[in-house]
Ligand binder design. Structure first.
Ligand code: IPE
Ligand code: IPE
Ligand code: MG
Length: 244
């Protein structure tokens, strides 16, 4: 096997839970329940191969439009998973974070989530960020509002607004951009996920449904990523010359 290039930051759109359950003739919620093992496996393998940041899209802002019973089930699964998995995350030195409009979550979910974030905040291993009630357009809109408020207050001049300033106002401000974005289930779209941060991400769309995603699939994604040449606008010749 060629040596793998390990991305510093991998982001995953965990898709296909509903279809996985439907294939078995079961309720969509059963699919969500079975997605938790895939999360556990993914966190473990990312830690093992030395990924520094793993960001998981768990609930989009648009997912609030789902049927109320599915939303309720997702919320209680989230609380259950956080409570159950936190000791193991802590043991593995994982630091939990969350991005998204967390104020839209029911109080009990927000409390448990914040407890887990606080509990693991000193850990120096993998940084696991859950994107919850997250949407890129919301995030960018919030950034524009905050920057405008500072401009109106005379604290920042319009000519000083650049990409670095904007990045500081995004929910991901302390993280590098993801080199690799994976979306399972064969869907090939970003669904409002990391639109700014993913400007130059390599995209990978395996057909495996999220509950079936395992360590081998993650390795396969990293192997595929290793084969790609990232050019950032330059020519292939320039990139190969720089590598010499
Ligand atoms: C992803 O699986 C999980 C969430 C969006 C919460 P889906 O629930 O979107 O599964 P499909 O796309 O219907 O199969
Ligand atoms: C996107 O999945 C959000 C998550 C995986 C959490 P969806 O399955 O909701 O996306 P769309 O609406 O089909 O694009
Ligand atoms: Mg889906």
């Amino acid at each position: 096997m060629n040596e793998m290039k390990i991305p510093e930051h991998i982001a995953i759109i965990m898709d296909g839970n509903g279809r996985w359950a439907k294939k078995l003739g079961l309720n969509r919620i059963f699919g969500h329940k079975n997605g938790i093992k895939a999360v556990r496996d993914t966190v473990e393998i990312c830690g093992e191969i030395g990924v520094k940041y793993l960001t998981l899209y768990a609930f989009s802002m648009e997912n609030w439009y789902r049927p109320p019973d599915e939303i309720a089930a997702l919320m209680s699964l989230l609380v259950e998973a956080i409570v159950k998995e936190t000791p193991e995350l802590d043991k593995n030195n994982v630091q939990l974070r969350a991005i998204g409009n967390l104020s839209s979550f029911p109080e009990n979910v927000a409390v448990k989530l914040n407890q887990a974030i606080e509990f693991t905040s000193k850990n120096a291993g993998l940084i696991l960020t859950l994107a919850l009630s997250y949407g890129s357009r919301w995030e960018i809109t919030e950034a524009v509002r905050a920057i405008t408020e500072r401009a109106v207050a005379g604290e920042i001049k319009p000519e000083d607004i650049n990409e670095n300033v904007i990045e500081q106002y995004l929910t991901t401000y302390s993280m590098p951009d993801p080199e690799l974005i994976i979306r399972t289930s064969g869907e090939q779209r970003l669904s409002n996920f990391l639109l700014w941060q993913g400007a130059y991400s390599e995209l990978y769309f395996p057909t495996v449904l999220w509950p079936d995603f395992n360590k081998k699939d993650l390795i396969q994604a990293v192997e595929e990523y290793s084969k790609r040449e990232r050019r950032f606008g330059k020519t292939g010749e320039q990139i190969r010359e720089e590598k010499k």
